[in-house]
Design a protein around this ligand. Structure first.
Ligand code: PLP
Length: 373
């Protein structure tokens, strides 16, 4: 049986989410913006989903804006807040490109992180000021899994940049941590359905009451005019079902998957010489195992692992023919040769002990083969 260990890239849909979706692909096909019974039925489904998603995020239903992806939610947060207020934008150096590139598009700057991947609060403070209107610090990182101290970030932002809206990208955090609690200090919170057993192409942004953002997508005025476009009713219903299932199962998933992750990381550290674990495990989400191997190229490793039935990912990308270390690892000060030999194994609620056993057999063998040892 192959082992799917790329849950940070996407997850299999939860049966509850598939089931919730199906009626809206068949008989309940209405456009919620209409006024007849078929439309009202779809509208009711959207509003029921909004309540579930709001509860899962510690928000009120009218604060939830459904979007077409996590990327879109992040863009609405950063660009929408910046369009409304002008001023300067600051984000952490380890943000997903959805936030990083949106920040860079409006001339924003990045706040450094330490070797553990945690944003450096002193250096963030030095970048803040009364003219900063948007600050974006993710709740958990997609590559190395580091959870950021968002309450401390929020306190700093309130003090140094009282006009600013604080956005947090909770896309990777939601499966593993209580976002309602940990993101309570943020004005804007983004999630993405496919990272926790929902469908691809649907996300949500919490826009807390009193926070002003302008739309990025203009049109028919859906979602309080913040995200025009006919609702993805099936996707939104499934997103809500996945939110509920995630919240209900989270504590058990964290305990079980966290133990599997620990066995995997400890096993790799013990079995493969010259292996370094990236970041501080005690500050990571339970599903993340990120390591680097000396003298190995990630791309070659991924090919061998794929051949052995393991879906994994690397912390590097091939840009115009040359390998480049990820901006996250560079920001953490991981040396280039180590960054280019990194491996992310991301576990999820469907990961089994057998998946971990397979990885613990295949990864050391693949590394040894690449090292010619
Ligand atoms: N933010 C983070 C932290 C992510 O990991 C991802 C997906 O990889 C996104 C945003 C983008 O979400 P989506 O794939 O729904 O556009």
């Amino acid at each position: 049986m192959p082992a799917y260990l790329d849950n940070a890239a996407t997850t299999p849909m939860r049966p509850e989410a598939v089931e919730a979706m199906l009626p809206f692909l068949t008989e309940r096909f209405g456009n919620p913006s209409g006024s007849h019974a078929t439309a009202r039925d779809a509208k009711k489904a959207i509003e029921e989903a909004r309540e579930v998603v709001a509860a899962g995020l510690g928000a009120r239903p009218h604060e939830v804006v459904f979007t077409g992806s996590g990327t879109e939610a992040d863009n609405l947060a950063v660009l929408g807040a910046h369009t409304a207020a002008g001023g300067r934008v600051v984000c952490s150096a380890v943000e997903h490109h959805a936030v990083l590139h949106a920040t860079q598009a409006v001339g924003g700057v990045t706040a450094p992180v330490g070797g553990d991947g945690v944003v450096d609060l002193d250096r963030l403070a030095a970048l803040l000021g009364p003219d900063v209107t948007v600050v974006s610090v993710m709740l958990a990182n997609n590559e190395v899994g580091t959870i950021q101290p968002l309450a401390s970030v929020a306190a700093l932002v309130r003090e140094q940049s009282p006009r600013a809206l604080l956005h947090t990208d909770a896309v990777q955090a939601f499966p593993w941590v209580d976002v309602a609690e940990l993101a309570a200090g943020a004005d804007l919170v983004a999630i993405s359905g496919h990272k926790f057993g929902g469908p691809k192409g649907v996300g949500a942004l919490v826009v807390r009451e009193g926070a002003t953002v302008r739309p990025v997508i203009h049109g028919g005025g859906q979602e309080r005019d913040l995200r025009s476009g006919t609702h993805n009713v099936a996707g939104i219903a499934a997103l809500a079902a996945a939110v509920q299932a995630t919240v209900d199962g989270r504590a058990a998933d964290v305990a079980r998957v966290g133990a599997l992750r620990d066995r995997l990381a400890d096993g790799l550290l013990a079995a493969v010489p010259d292996t370094v674990e990236t970041g501080d495990r005690s500050r990571k989400i339970a599903g993340n195992c990120h390591v680097s191997f000396g003298g190995v190229e990630s791309e070659a490793l991924l090919v061998l692992l794929d051949g052995a039935g393991i879906a994994a990912s690397a912390g590097s990308a091939c840009t115009s023919g040359a390998m480049e270390a990820s901006h996250v690892l560079v920001a953490m000060g991981v040396p280039a040769d180590r960054a280019l030999g990194s491996l992310r194994l991301s576990l999820g609620p469907t990961t089994t002990a057998a998946d971990v056993d397979l990885a613990l057999a295949a990864v050391p063998a693949a590394v040894a083969r690449l090292r010619g040892s």
